[in-house]
Design a protein around this ligand. Structure first.
Ligand code: SF4
Length: 412
């Protein structure tokens, strides 16, 4: 995979060393077992795959190139470049401004933008309507479009499904930039509807089977279906998803809709009614989730620390997986670890930050899972590790622990 030129302060020498050696030993990622850094009193279990993904590194590289290439131009992001507040803040410190907030609300009016400006499209991509607007202004859209190729792949898949005359069901978060972009691209080709989760899908199935009245359907899914969609279009459908959803949920949704259509039209006719394609999750989502399952299985951890932006979809799903098994703390940076006894962390259910006391067990040999989402710099994960280590009297030094950890892979 292509290597990107990302500022060194986002990297962590320790984590880079582990990642590189694991990659060299297992380039096809057959082994998702975690790496362990054993400091004696505390062990950190690091996921096989975490941190910056292809799309995020590409977007960061392009943003810094734009800053370098156009020191005298105004540079804008359509919205948050990626869902990490610290990366966005770094870029804003170079004078970069956001045109919209993360929900698509305009922060700077279009008439204030001219063709002499530079506008970057984020890794999530954007809607056709916004892209047309950028072209109308005469901006260099192609040069600074950082839409991740894995998002573009979803758009291509939906085009293919639409060509075969199927309606499209998008599994995603309706307000997320990527889902809004995918919805816009999908509805240009076929009637499209967004489902949020399996409960939402079960309700949709009731409408498809005629068990709930059609007039209520349009109210239930208000704002989440294309103007040209009729309920009967959903007798023939295909599923695509936001690239960062929970793999198991997307699978459950596709299976549920397939079974619904089998119930309605008979198993023998299913090919005419259901476009049976693989999910459109990206490699980073799949790898991060698989690594997390393996971490939970092997680490026998006392707690999990998951680092990332609170609005990051892929990070939230890692938290969901961890919290089913182990006390889990979703933190945006090391500064959220207030002390050995207190941590401020994001509650994904209440959608706010809360404080927990005594999050570290008072025993020797504490096992900690440490991972992060696709938009989190490794340097921030390292900072979390260092903060925790500062609470313990550690006799081993980092280089010794690192060598011990990687020696296992060097011998292979
Ligand atoms: S999470 Fe996946 S789709 Fe999103 S930017 Fe990263 S590689 Fe691309």
């Amino acid at each position: 995979m292509k290597q990107f030129d990302v500022p060194e302060f986002y990297r962590s020498p320790i984590i880079t060393k582990i990642k590189n050696i694991r990659k060299a030993n297992d380039p096809r990622k057959k082994d998702f077992s975690p790496s362990c850094l054993d400091f004696g009193k505390v062990k950190f279990w690091l996921a096989r795959h975490f941190g910056f993904c292809y799309g995020v590194e590409n977007a960061i590289e392009m943003a810094y190139k734009a800053i370098e290439n156009y020191p005298n131009k105004r540079i804008f992001f359509l919205s948050e470049m990626i869902h990490n507040p610290f990366v966005n803040q770094d870029l804003q410190e170079y004078g970069i401004q956001f045109l919209m907030d993360t929900y698509g609300n305009q922060l700077i009016e279009w008439d204030k933008i001219s063709k002499n400006d530079v506008v970057l499209i984020p890794a999530f991509g954007t809607t056709i309507e916004t892209k047309n607007k950028l072209n109308e202004i005469g901006l260099l859209v192609k040069e600074y479009d950082t839409t991740c190729p894995f998002v573009a792949k979803v758009w291509n898949r939906s085009k293919k499904i639409a060509k075969e005359d199927f309606a499209l069901v998008v599994h995603g978060k309706p307000t997320h930039e990527e889902t809004r972009a995918t919805f816009s691209h999908a509805k240009a080709n076929a009637p499209t509807i967004i489902v949020k989760n399996i409960e939402d899908t079960k309700k949709l199935a009731q409408y498809i089977l005629g068990k709930l009245p059609e007039n209520e359907f349009y109210k239930t899914y208000n704002g989440r279906f294309s103007e040209n969609l009729k309920l009967s279009d959903l007798n023939k459908l295909g599923v695509v998803n936001q690239t960062t959803m929970l793999a198991s949920e997307t699978q459950a949704i596709a299976n549920y809709l397939k079974q619904t259509l089998e119930q309605k039209f008979g198993q023998e006719n299913i090919k005419k009614h259901f476009a049976d394609t693989r999910d459109t999750l990206c490699y980073a989502t799949n790898d991060n989730q698989q690594s997390t399952y393996k971490l939970l299985e092997e680490a026998k951890a006392d707690l999990a620390l998951i680092v990332g932006g609170y609005n990051s979809s892929n990070t939230t799903h890692l938290v969901e997986l961890c919290e089913n098994i182990v006390p889990s703390y979703f933190i945006s940076s090391a500064s959220k670890i207030n002390s050995k006894n207190k941590i401020s962390h994001f509650d994904i259910h209440k959608q706010n930050e809360i404080e927990t006391h005594n999050y570290l067990p008072s025993k020797d040999n504490v096992n900690i899972i440490l991972t992060s989402g696709a938009s989190c710099p490794d340097s921030m994960v390292e900072a979390v590790m260092m903060k925790i280590l500062s609470f313990y009297k550690i006799e081993k030094n980092i280089s010794e622990v690192l060598e011990e950890s990687i020696s296992k892979y060097i011998q292979i």
